[in-house]
Design a protein around this ligand. Structure first.
Ligand code: ADP
Ligand code: MG
Length: 556
């Protein structure tokens, strides 16, 4: 076994990568690998995951095999390594036969420190892998192994056999998708039950988190841009058409904005990206197709014109701002019309229930009545004790009351249900609901049955959502969204931690009285004009029948 001292890895960091310091968790992860132990590394995008396997590959004898899902990613990383004088290459189906043979030869000769392989191509290497010295297997983007995950790749399931075939070679799985269920799935699928898990902080304290109702978004955006003139930013929209419309609107007001979506040719896209990176056109109005691999440090703001389909996406997208660590502003426009549209996208897909549960969680985040950052980080399993002071809620908090007793009741119900039940059942039990599902499972005999029967179902549901947003509870997304306790819950139950809850009725009333009447009047005017126009065009009276969702859509 190698004995590499702390001193050595710091040297390697400096000489091969040119860095003076490790990023959070890198050193611990690298040492764990050097101790020949299996590792799961959860770090946000940009957190420096690659170095966690690249450096041990250099420190240890032999070759590291890196499994990576995207050919483009492989190529970028290999180019970067080569530029640093490290012998690395990749093996995948995009290469011509001769090139593949060349790679196999290099591998056999033991000349490579790192070989990047697509999971589909791994079987082709099998006969060589058995005859060379492998120092490490690194599974990048390891969430792709989870069939629950958003990026499932069937070929990743073949990686199951790696640990059986090479029991003594340490294995590291890396991902930025950290929910607890995915983490557990990764360990199970890769047969590394004893892997040590390292979770880096997902906190980006310099990002101001702002969520606003989606009324008059265009006006809100123009007002925002007046204050943020000359800054670079990204606006994310759901549809290609809306990116083009909004980009045109902004251009007509004198802003340099370009639309970006998957419907453009790859030349057009490259050009737009370059214009953005070089500050030629500082505003990009894009679908989520934009951003992967964009490493621009001075993006000062990100706006979600439409609500993203889950918190994972939201986090990734806002994370593209403020990479330089300087303050950046993020705005999420929230409208129920978006929720409905996103629901439609999810319906009928193979992972419908999972996607809908994640969408619901996104919506709950948007409706949060407590610190956004707590809610955001709690989603990733990270629990901060203090409110952040850098989000819209912290800036203007609602009125809170002492909700400790309610929180205790909810937490003890979740405990007694052994963290096996989703929110609906937890509510039923707390309210003492006399229904078949409750009786079938004998829950009427639980001590917490009916413990909160004095609170209405809707209020109690709101409180539970607030507890989710405050990181006291968590959802296990892979199995019908059962509720889990977090370390905070234990503090609430046993250590006298107090919980503040907002009085939702008051807040809802406030929203209704402050916002609704004006909005309705505005909409009505617009509809009237629309109806007249239509009548003119078709030459007969026209009537417009609209749903609530249509009403919401109409305003933009
Ligand atoms: P991830 O895969 O976690 O998204 P990367 O491995 O691509 O992140 O690294 C993100 C960026 O951070 C890269 O530009 C990388 O060179 C840089 N980086 C990695 N480690 C360090 C370090 N110790 N000090 C400074 N920069 C680092
Ligand atoms: Mg990476």
């Amino acid at each position: 076994m190698e004995t590499t001292t702390q001193h050595n890895i710091a040297d390697l960091l400096k000489t091969h990568f040119g860095y003076d310091k490790f990023l959070p968790n890198q050193e611990e992860i690298i040492n764990n690998i050097l101790d020949q132990k299996d590792t799961i590394a959860i770090m946000p995008t940009g957190g420096g995951k690659s170095l966690c396997f690249q450096l041990p590959a250099l420190a240890l004898d032999g070759t590291a095999i890196v499994i990576s899902p995207l050919i483009a990613l492989m190529k970028d990383q290999v180019d970067a390594l080569k530029a640093n004088g490290i012998s690395a290459t990749f093996f995948n189906s995009s290469q011509p036969y001769e090139e593949q043979q060349q790679v196999l030869k290099e591998l056999q000769n033991g000349n490579l420190k790192l070989l990047y392989v697509a999971p589909e191509s791994l079987p082709q290497l099998n006969f060589i892998l058995n005859s060379i010295k492998i120092n490490l297997f690194a599974i990048d983007e390891a969430h792709c192994i989870s069939s629950w995950g958003h990026d499932f790749r069937p070929a990743y399931t073949q990686l199951k056999s790696l640990k059986e075939q090479f029991p003594t070679v340490p294995l590291i799985a890396l991902t930025a998708t950290a929910d607890r269920a995915t983490r557990e799935d990764i360990a199970a699928q890769l047969s590394i039950p004893n892997a040590k898990t390292f979770i880096a902080s997902f906190d980006r304290p310099n990002l101001y988190l702002d969520v606003r109702p989606g009324q008059n978004r265009n006006k809100q955006i123009l007002d925002f841009l007046k204050i943020h003139r000359d800054e670079c930013g990204i606006i994310y929209c759901l549809s290609r058409k809306s990116t083009e419309k909004l980009a045109a609107t902004l251009s007509s007001k004198g802003y340099k904005a370009e639309a970006y979506h998957a419907g453009l040719t790859s030349e057009e896209r490259t050009q737009i990206q370059e214009n953005f990176i070089n500050d030629v056109s500082p505003i990009i109005v894009a679908t989520i197709a934009f951003g992967m691999g964009i490493d621009k440090s001075n993006v000062r703001w990100v706006i979600h014109y439409n609500m993203p389909k889950n918190i994972d996406g939201y986090y990734q997208e806002i994370g593209r701002s403020g990479r330089d660590g300087l303050p950046a502003h993020t705005i999420l426009f929230y409208s129920f019309a978006d929720v409905i549209m996103l629901r439609k996208f999810a319906e009928g897909t193979e992972t419908e229930a999972y996607q809908l549960a994640k969408l619901e969680r996104m919506q709950q985040f948007a409706e949060a009545l407590s610190c956004r950052r707590k809610a955001l980080l709690g989603y990733f399993g990270e629990h901060i004790t203090e409110d952040c002071g850098n989000c819209d809620i912290c800036k203007t908090p609602p009125k809170y009351f002492d909700g400790t007793l309610i929180a205790q009741k909810v937490c003890s119900a979740v405990t007694r249900l052994q963290e096996q039940e989703a929110m609906g059942m937890v509510l039923d039990v707390l309210r003492g609901a006399q229904n078949a599902q409750v009786f079938d499972k004998g829950y009427q005999n639980l001590k917490t049955f009916g413990a909160a029967k004095d609170i209405s179902w809707r209020d109690l549901q709101q409180y539970v959502i607030q507890l989710l947003n405050q990181g006291v509870l968590q959802i296990y997304f892979h199995e019908n969204g059962r509720l889990l306790l977090t370390p905070f819950a234990k503090m609430v139950l046993f250590e006298g931690k107090t919980v503040r809850l907002a009085n939702i009725i008051q807040e809802v009333e406030k929203v209704k009285t402050e916002r609704a009447p004006r909005k309705r009047a505005d909409l009505f005017d617009k509809l009237k004009t629309l109806r007249l126009k239509l009548a003119q065009e078709i030459g007969m009276p026209a009537y417009i029948v609209f749903s609530d969702a249509a009403l919401e859509d109409m305003e933009h």
